[in-house]
Write a protein that binds this ligand. Structure first.
Ligand code: NAP
Length: 259
């Protein structure tokens, strides 16, 4: 058990990568706070977590709403104790409103930047006082390869993920002597709802079928599964990774290997 009795908080846990991480943490003995908007999916996840013999705190929330971060953080601390592992995973994709910058929707830009970048910043701020006092903590930000390269018609998404890497590296510098590590995971295309929508948009744009496009998305010839990302989060959350901080680790089926 790599995370025995640690308290973790995973945002965007209802589905996809966040759900896989929450379950992998529970498998390693962590008590897990979960949040998202889809209550039925969160409740089924809670059942799966407690079946593993650990505790779970659930609070549904739309993180775009003011005060949601405080409510979620407060609930998890009350139910499980101070957060020792924070996974900022909740995120909006670009496919809800893809456009070139010249036609970009300003309201969509504001909302996406808030959910993908401001919310992680606020969660970091909330968990840090306890982590600093205990001289132990793990912060894992789920960024993207689009934190390192552009995303056609997805300027807000790419800007938010580039920004998340800036937050990761700066915070890592600030707490490097305090027993707290701050790292980012940069997935390539992962088989989840948000990526399904993006692929459907790109397939239409390029005049290809979804299957044709999917086969070209990574050198591996397929997308990753959420369960292939979760072990990296377990490693970063564990004591084994105590000397790794400020990193932005690609897990992308080789997309960025040619630079
Ligand atoms: P997903 O399956 O669609 O899950 C997204 C999660 O974020 C859901 O739990 C969703 O909650 C939550 N979320 C979104 N907006 C929210 C809001 N306003 N308030 C509360 N929760 C909200 O997508 P995913 O691929 O696992 O995405 C997880 C993270 O990985 C995101 O940060 C994404 O940018 C990143 N990522 C994904 C890929 C990929 O190819 N899939 C690649 C690189 C990075 P509800 O569904 O309950 O509303």
């Amino acid at each position: 058990m790599k995370l025995q009795d640690r308290v973790a908080l995973v945002t965007g846990a209802s589905k996809g990568i966040g759900r896989a991480i929450a379950l992998a943490f529970a498998d390693e003995g962590a008590h897990v706070g979960i949040t998202g908007r889809a209550l039925d999916e969160l409740e089924s996840l809670r059942d799966e977590i407690v079946a593993r013999g650990v505790r779970c705190a659930l609070l549904p929330a739309d993180l775009a709403e003011p005060g949601a971060v405080d409510r979620v953080h407060g609930h998890v601390v009350q139910e499980l104790g101070p957060v020792e592992i924070l996974v900022n995973n909740a995120g909006m994709g670009s496919s809800a409103n893809p456009r070139p910058v010249v036609e970009y929707d300003d309201d969509f830009w504001e909302k996406l930047l808030y959910v993908n970048l401001t919310v992680p910043y606020l969660f970091c701020k909330r968990v840090l006082p306890d982590m600093l006092q205990r001289r132990h903590g793990r912060i894992i930000n789920i960024a993207s390869i689009n934190g390192k390269i552009g995303s056609l018609h997805g300027a807000a998404y790419a800007a938010s993920k580039h920004g998340l890497l800036g937050l990761t590296r700066t915070l890592a510098m600030e707490v490097v002597k305090d027993g707290i590590t701050v790292n980012a995971i940069c997935p390539g295309p992962v088989h989840t709802l948000v990526n399904d929508l993006r692929i459907a948009y790109d397939a239409r744009r390029l005049g290809k079928t979804v299957e044709e496009l999917e086969a070209t998305l990574t050198p591996m010839g397929r997308r990753l599964e959420p369960e292939e990302v979760a072990p990296l989060a377990v490693y970063l959350a564990s004591d084994d990774a105590r000397a790794m901080t400020g990193q932005a680790i690609n897990i992308d089926g080789g997309v960025l290997m040619t630079g």
